[in-house]
Ligand binder design. Structure first.
Ligand SMILES: [Zn+2]
Length: 349
């Protein structure tokens, strides 16, 4: 199957009432782990690359790997997404490579650190939407600012400093025409999200519910949504790691989100922990080993296990065969003739 428009993939998820995990990739083993999990659970999937990933792997290596994944798994719908594009140029370069979706993160200025004004965010996001939709490519925007830093991207600080204002979310969706909307509800990037199991004082599910009430048809995106389970932390620490105790976003909160408009859930940290734990275990238990395959194979298997588990928990499992990918040119026509609606439905307060 050719790469799928993320908009089509999310529209289908909305119809089916499930969420779709968006998993970050940097190398071949991670891509293989995700595809093996998608095959095992029969799931449509979003694969995403940050700017850091594109620099680490080099654009062409990474994109050709994704093309190989699509060729080898014709029965799996795959959307290839730019995670946290910091500028119009970053999004444009991803689109020109063949990505079927981009995130224009205008919540921060192009330095990827300083919070931008609402007007700046609208302007750069609108520009990305115009360019992308003409080419059939999906756009995710962000309103409010996530906490923490990942791959050098982020405002730092706690996730509670720039929580999304529901009225602003409505205005932003109307002014930009984005296909998916990332919101800030207290989550952070990285492993250190919460210092205890999060409750409503730090994980603002009430804000998510309020936004969904006003924008009932808008696809919402949860960032920083690894669950950081204790068993994965324990493996890392058992074999010489030094992670401090930490909590992520509980799966049941994500499932509450999915019942209320969340269609894309970003997961990276859990996979990093799974791979690192597996590699540490091999090197700790058999220090005489030096063939990378001896630890990359268990690392890949550990990541596959976590991804397959999330796919089942998010509800995307079993949905790979529900639809055929529309050619991107057809999607572009849909945006041009209005059959793909970009004006959000807004409900009264
Ligand atoms: Zn993010």
């Amino acid at each position: 199957m050719p790469l799928v428009s993320m908009r089509q993939l999310l529209d289908e998820a909305a119809k089916g009432g499930y969420g779709v995990g968006a998993f970050n990739v940097n190398d071949m083993e991670q891509i293989q782990a995700i595809m093996a999990a998608a095959k095992e659970t029969k799931s449509p999937v979003i694969v995403q690359a940050s700017r850091g990933a594109r620099a680490f792997a080099e654009d062409l290596y990474l994109f050709k790997l994704i093309q190989a994944a699509a060729e080898l798994n014709p029965e799996i719908p795959i959307a290839m997404h730019q995670d946290h594009g910091n500028s119009f140029e970053t999004c444009k370069s991803a689109i020109e490579l063949g990505y079927t979706s981009v995130m224009m993160d205008g919540s921060l200025k192009a330095d990827g650190k300083t919070p931008a004004s609402f007007e700046e965010n609208v302007e750069v996001t609108r520009r990305a939407v115009d360019f992308a939709h003409e080419r059939g490519v999906t756009v995710e925007g962000e309103i409010g600012v996530l906490g923490g830093i990942e791959d050098g991207h982020g405002a730092g600080g706690s996730g509670l400093e720039h929580v999304t204002d529901p009225d602003q979310a409505v205005e932003f969706a109307e002014l930009t025409g984005v296909d998916a909307l990332a919101i800030a509800i207290g989550t952070s990037h990285g492993a250190y999200k919460f210092t205890k199991k999060p409750d409503g004082s730090v994980l603002k599910m009430d804000i998510l519910l309020a936004i969904h009430k006003r924008l009932p048809n808008t696809h919402l995106v949860m960032h920083g949504s690894s669950s950081v389970p204790k068993d994965l932390q324990d493996v890392v620490n058992k074999y010489g790691g030094k992670l401090k105790e930490t909590w992520g976003v509980p799966v049941e909160e994500i499932q509450l989100g999915i019942r209320n408009g969340v269609r894309k859930i970003n997961v990276d940290t859990d996979n990093r922990l799974a791979m690192t734990g597996a590699i540490r275990k091999v090197l700790w238990e058999t220090p005489e080993k030096f063939d990378p395959r001896d630890y990359m194979k268990p690392a890949r298997e550990a990541m596959q296990k976590v991804v397959a588990q999330r796919m089942t928990q998010f509800g995307q499992a079993g949905h790979a065969g529900d639809y055929k990918a529309l050619p991107i040119a057809e999607i572009a026509k849909g945006y041009a003739n209005g059959s793909l609606i970009t004006k959000p439905l807004v409900a009264a307060k």
